[in-house]
Design a protein around this ligand. Sequence first.
Ligand code: SF4
Ligand code: SF4
Length: 160
Amino acid sequence: MKAIIHYFKTIFAALKTLVKGMAITGHYFIHPKEIITQQYPENRDTLKMFERFRGEVVLLHNENNEHRCTGCSACEIACPNGTIEIITKRVETPEGRKVKQIDRFVYHLSMCTMCNLCILACPTDAIVMSNDFEHAVFDRSQLTKILNKPGSKLMEGVRH
Ligand code: SF4
Ligand code: SF4
């Protein structure tokens, strides 16, 4: 007898769960504006990520192809897993002063854990986290990026 009661109890519990699920589906069918899930990639053109989402590290450049990176290496030192390599060179200013300048900002996206420590360490706010999350590539080497654009230079007024 006990087994029969348990059997019907199980069926009742399953039906209750089914009705509950159908009620939620029905609610969103009647109130489509309340739906929070998104149809990706169909909505690629209108998709807006949350501001705090961390997709990849980028070096900001202005319209004159200038950035704020002095090549101080603070981000490289702060990075816990060697994702960043700052390669610098020595250049002479018009005043005859020899200064360190960034040659290549190498970023290994495949190693980045998006911990944000490099961003916090940068004294000139040269780097930020972008929202871009579409990083799939066929060739892994494409995940190693040079963040300073060709021909770019240090922004006027940013101190070494
Ligand atoms: S986000 Fe973290 S892991 Fe990625 S480069 Fe910056 S410090 Fe390194
Ligand atoms: S990005 Fe910032 S912390 Fe990194 S080398 Fe450039 S100035 Fe220094």
